[in-house]
Ligand binder design. Structure first.
Ligand code: ZN
Length: 415
C-alpha cells in the first residue's frame, strides 16, 4: 500500500476550480484542469510515493508485474494495469465520440498497422487493439449526450422546432423511425458539404431560440435539448456535431449516479465533475465538436444506431459496510464507492478490503486512515492510494464525517 499521486491533464475544456478544490490547491488554477489520471497509462502514469521518492506506477508494475498485479489480472490482461481511473472536470463540452468493440479494435489496429500509419500519427484511430468501455459516476450534477434518442421522440423534437429547412430530414426519420432511419439521417448530416451545413444550421439555431422563447417553454419537453444545441454551436460554430446533438439523449446525472458507455455508443460529456473508469485504451473515434482528428467513415463503422433510453446506473450494496458497487459488463474494471462517517469509526466500524488484484483508492470527500499490516496512511480529500495484489487486507476508517472513497479494481472475466 502506497500513496499515489495522479497526473493532472490540462485541456481547454477543463475547469479552473473543480480539481484544484478537490485536492486543496489554490482555486481558481492558472490553467484549465480537465483530468486527473490515476493509472499506469504510458501517456501519463501516476506516481507512487516511496521513501526514496516518487516513481512512475508504470515502472513499478514493469519491474514486478506478478507482485503488483497478481496472477488473476495477468492471466486475463497481461502484464499491464487493465484499467485507468480518472477524475474528470468539464467546464466546456468534450468531443462527440464513440469507442470500438473489442473485435473492431483488433481489426482496426491491424488494418492501420498494415497501412503503415505510425502509432503516434494524429491520423491514427486505433492506437491499441483494445476496446474502451467506460463508466462515469457523477460527483456534481453531470450533463452529457449519450446514445440515440427514440426516433419517435426525435421526430417530435424536430417538429417542435418548426424549421422549414428541417422538413425533408424529419420526413426521412418519420418514414423510417428505426435504427436504419437514424443511420440514414445521421450519415446525411455528418457528411453534409460545408455549404449545405452553413445553410441549414442558422435556421435550426433560430428554431431552438424560438422554441425556448415560447411562453410555455418551461413546461416543454425539449428545453435542455434545445439549450444544448445552442451551447454547442457557440463553441463549435458550423460543426456537423451540432446537428448530431439533435439526435442524442440529453442526460443529467445527479451526484452518485453512474452512466456506462459500451462500444458504439455516441456520446459527448458536456459539463460537471465525475469519477471515470475505463479499459486502458486510447481508441476514440470522433465525430465533431473538437479540433482533433475526425474520421467520419470509421465512426460510422462502429456506431450503434439502436436507440436506447440510456439507463442511469444506481449502485448496488456489496455487503461491506458503507460500500456500493456500479455493475457493468466490462471485465477490465469494477468500481465501488465507500461512504463512511467518523462516528462509524467511533463505533468501531471500519471497512476491510482484501486485495484480489491491484486496486486504487481515491478519496473524494472527508479523509480516511488506511491500515495495511504494520503500515498506515492517511488519505486526504483528493488523495489516492495504490494497493498491490500482494498487499494484505486494508482497513479503511473515516477521519471525518461524509468521507467518500472510490475503489477501483479488476473485474471478472467470464469465459
Ligand atoms: Zn468516451
Amino acid at each position: 500500500m502506497r500513496q499515489l499521486e495522479g497526473a493532472l491533464r490540462s485541456y481547454a475544456w477543463g475547469s479552473r476550480t473543480a480539481l484544484a478544490e478537490l485536492s486543496g490547491r489554490p482555486s481558481p488554477s492558472a490553467h484549465p484542469e480537465a483530468e486527473l489520471w490515476l493509472g499506469a497509462h504510458p501517456g501519463d502514469p501516476a506516481h507512487v510515493i516511496e521513501e526514496s521518492g516518487a516513481r512512475s506506477l508504470r515502472d513499478v508494475i514493469d519491474e514486478a508485474p506478478l507482485h503488483e498485479l497478481g496472477e488473476r489480472s495477468i492471466a486475463a490482461f497481461g502484464e499491464r494495469l487493465p484499467f485507468l481511473l480518472k477524475v474528470l472536470a468539464a467546464e466546456e463540452p468534450l468531443s462527440l465520440q464513440a469507442h470500438p468493440s473489442a473485435e473492431q479494435a483488433r481489426e482496426g489496429f491491424a488494418r492501420e498497422d498494415a497501412a503503415g500509419i505510425p502509432l503516434d500519427s494524429a491520423e491514427r484511430n486505433y492506437r491499441d487493439a483494445s476496446h474502451k468501455p467506460e463508466l462515469v459516476v457523477a460527483l456534481t450534477r453531470f450533463e452529457a449526450l449519450a446514445g440515440f434518442r427514440d426516433p419517435h421522440r426525435t421526430v417530435r423534437f424536430l417538429d417542435a422546432l418548426g424549421v422549414a429547412q428541417l422538413e425533408p430530414y424529419v420526413g426521412l426519420l418519420s418514414g423510417q423511425p428505426d435504427p436504419d432511419g437514424l443511420r440514414a439521417l445521421f450519415t446525411t448530416w455528418i457528411t453534409l458539404p460545408q455549404q449545405a451545413l452553413s445553410a441549414l444550421l442558422p435556421p435550426v439555431l433560430d428554431g431552438c431560440v424560438d422554441y425556448l422563447s415560447r411562453p410555455d417553454a418551461a413546461g416543454a419537453e425539449f428545453v435542455p435539448e434545445a439549450r444544448t444545441v445552442l451551447e454547442l454551436s457557440e463553441g463549435y460554430p458550423g460543426d456537423a456535431g451540432v446537428l448530431a446533438a439533435l439526435l442524442l439523449n440529453r442526460i443529467t446525472l445527479e451526484p452518485g449516479q453512474g452512466l456506462f458507455l459500451d462500444a458504439g455508443n455516441l456520446h459527448a460529456y458536456l459539463h460537471g465533475t465525475a469519477v471515470e473508469i475505463m479499459a486502458n485504451s486510447d481508441n476514440v473515434l470522433r465525430g465533431g465538436l473538437t479540433p482533433k482528428h475526425v474520421d467520419v467513415p470509421e465512426l460510422l463503422r462502429v456506431l450503434d444506431f439502436d436507440s436506447v433510453d440510456v439507463p442511469l446506473l444506481a449502485p448496488d450494496a456489496t455487503g461491506r459496510v458503507g460500500e456500493v458497487a456500479y455493475a457493468t459488463p466490462a471485465p477490465e474494471f469494477v468500481l465501488s464507492r465507500i461512504d463512511l462517517d467518523a462516528s462509524d469509526a467511533g463505533a468501531g466500524v471500519s471497512v476491510t478490503i482484501e486485495p484480489d488484484g491491484p486496486q486504487i483508492l481515491l478519496c473524494t470527500s472527508g479523509a480516511a486512515k488506511l491500515g495495511c499490516g504494520a503500515q498506515s496512511l492517511v488519505l486526504e480529500r483528493g488523495g489516492s492510494a495504490w494497493i498491490s495484489a500482494s498487499d494484505n487486507e486494508v482497513h479503511i476508517q473515516a477521519c471525518a464525517d461524509e468521507t467518500q472513497i472510490f475503489r477501483a479494481g479488476v473485474g471478472r472475466v467470464t469465459t
